[in-house]
Every structure is written in structure tokens, then in C-alpha cells.
Design a protein around this ligand. Structure first.
Ligand code: B1M
Length: 214
């Protein structure tokens, strides 16, 4: 019985059916199911399937965006129950596109996948200066900061931001994850970022590894 509704929640999320998902989440809560179980075994399970398919090019950006929108709709219903139950996010992550760069589609996708995996995500927006990354990480006590760059010309701003964290003495406390079309693992290593992810689904895996939050 419990398995059936959790499976339905995962399936409905994968299909991106937001209103139906809200109803199912409410139904599961009404049946007395714990909000964490609904989140982990229903919604996050569905989002993980979408993430895996996205990595294997079996689904594309629109499908992920639609599933993420459904996830957000389901979360509206689930959030009050989660906070009543004292369920905490896995960790807090600040994400932004670096200074000089206005591309935000990939960054938004990364935010959605991280949220879908149970992280509290603070979206710092685009054209984010080093100081704003640092202030954001401090204000929200983020354990990880994600930086996105889509232009070869803004990769330097990514290096400057990573250097800024080192200079501020935060490099040991706050892990830095970088990504974006021109960014590579070797560039990430060169600038001293802790992690690199080629796509939004891998960003979740790398965040889990860096934060031991799998
Ligand atoms: Co821009 N643009 N653009 N653009 N644009 C590119 C990036 C470009 C490759 C196009 C081209 O010439 N072929 C080129 C860059 C060339 C280069 O530097 N090598 C380019 C250029 C030159 C420019 C302008 C300079 C053009 C001009 O004005 N002369 C200008 C710059 C503006 C600025 O930022 N200062 C500009 C402007 C724009 C628009 C405003 C028109 C628009 C952006 C709209 C928006 O984002 N709201 C735009 C778009 C849409 C693109 C393309 C077509 C698509 C980018 C995109 O959203 N892809 C792009 C060409 C292309 O990629 N085909 C291009 C989809 C998205 C899901 O993928 O962002 O790569 P992506 O994200 C992926 C991964 O990279 C990864 O995960 C995501 C999902 O799997 N990822 C991360 C991303 N961030 C991550 C962070 C992580 C981990 C993974 O950890 C934190």
C-alpha cells in the first residue's frame, strides 16, 4: 500500500504532472505517511531517475525542467510537514553564475537538481562577484558553493572567486564545485576547486561526495 503511493509519486514527478503530484503527496500525508519517507522514497527517488536519464541523454533539458517544476509543486505541500517533523536539508549550497556571465539556464538546472536531491539551495543569481559568493556562503553558512561559467572569457572570474575563498580563509570550510560548458576537470584542478561536474545530475553526485552526504 505504502509502496504503491510512493511509486505513484515518483512516476507522477517523472512525468511532470504537478497538480496530480500535489494531490498524491497530500493523500500520502493524510494516510499518515512520514514526510521524509515521501520526500526520499517518492520525490527524490523520481528525481534521481530523471537525473540518471539526463546523464545518459535519454531525456533532455525540457523534461528535467518539467520534472523539477513538479518537484517544486510537491514541495509546497510537503514543506510544512517536513518542518513540523524537524527534517533538515542535507546541507546548504549557494550557487551562482560568475561575474561577467549572464547565462543561467544550466545554473538553474543545477539548482533544481540539488534541491531535488534534498539540499537547501540559495540561488545567488548571475554576474556574481567574488565578494557576493563569499558573503552568501557566510550568511547562509553554506557547506558548498557552486559556480557556473558559460563563456571562456568568464573562466578567469571563476578562478578569481576560488582565489577569493582561499584568501578569506574559507577554502577548508566551504567546498567549491564548478561547471559550465567551457569548464573541464583539468581547469577545475588548475584553479583549486574541490570538484567539477559536467552536467546537473553529476553535480548532485559530486556534491554528495564532497559533503559525504550520499
Ligand atoms: Co550565449 N554563448 N552569449 N547566450 N549562449 C554561448 C555559451 C556560446 C557557446 C554560443 C556560441 O558562440 N556558440 C558563446 C560562448 C563562446 C565562448 O565563450 N566560447 C556565447 C556567447 C559568445 C554569448 C555572448 C557574448 C553573445 C554576444 O552578446 N555577443 C553573450 C554574453 C552575455 C553574457 O553572459 N555576458 C551571450 C548571451 C546569451 C543569451 C542572453 C542570448 C542567452 C542566455 C540566456 C540565459 O541563460 N538566460 C545565450 C544562450 C542561450 C547561449 C547558448 C545558445 C545556450 C546556453 C544554454 O543555456 N545551454 C550557448 C551555446 C550552446 O551552449 N549551445 C551560448 C543549455 C544549458 C542547460 O547548458 O549552460 O551548458 P549549460 O549547462 C549544463 C552544463 O554546462 C552543466 O550543467 C548544465 C546542465 O547539464 N553546468 C554545470 C552548468 N553550470 C554548472 C555548474 C555546476 C555543474 C555543472 O556546478 C556548480
Amino acid at each position: 500500500m505504502a509502496e504503491a503511493i510512493l511509486e505513484q509519486i515518483a512516476e507522477t514527478l517523472m512525468k511532470g504532472r504537478a497538480p496530480q503530484l500535489k494531490e498524491l503527496v497530500q493523500q500520502a500525508l493524510d494516510q499518515g505517511m512520514g514526510p521524509e519517507q515521501i520526500l526520499q522514497e517518492g520525490m527524490i527517488a523520481g528525481m534521481s531517475v530523471i537525473g540518471g536519464k539526463f546523464k545518459r541523454n535519454e531525456v533532455y533539458v525540457p523534461e528535467v525542467l518539467i520534472a523539477a517544476r513538479a518537484m517544486n509543486a510537491g514541495m509546497e505541500v510537503l514543506k510544512p510537514a517536513l518542518s513540523d517533523a524537524g527534517v533538515k536539508a542535507k546541507a546548504t549550497i549557494c550557487v551562482g553564475t560568475v561575474k561577467g556571465d549572464l547565462h543561467d539556464i544550466g545554473k538553474n538546472l543545477v539548482c533544481m537538481m540539488l534541491e531535488g536531491a534534498g539540499y537547501e539551495v540559495v540561488d545567488l543569481g548571475v554576474n556574481v562577484e567574488t565578494e557576493k559568493f563569499i558573503a552568501g556562503a557566510k550568511e547562509h553558512q553554506a557547506q558548498l558553493v557552486g559556480m557556473s561559467a558559460l563563456l571562456t572569457t568568464t573562466m578567469g572570474a571563476m578562478k578569481a572567486a576560488v582565489d577569493g575563498f582561499k584568501e578569506a580563509g574559507l577554502a577548508d570550510q566551504v567546498k567549491i564545485l564548478v561547471g559550465g560548458a567551457p569548464v573541464t576537470q583539468s581547469f577545475a584542478d588548475e584553479i583549486g576547486a574541490h570538484g567539477y561536474a559536467a552536467d546537473a545530475a553529476t553535480a548532485v553526485d559530486v556534491a554528495d561526495q564532497l559533503l559525504n552526504a550520499g
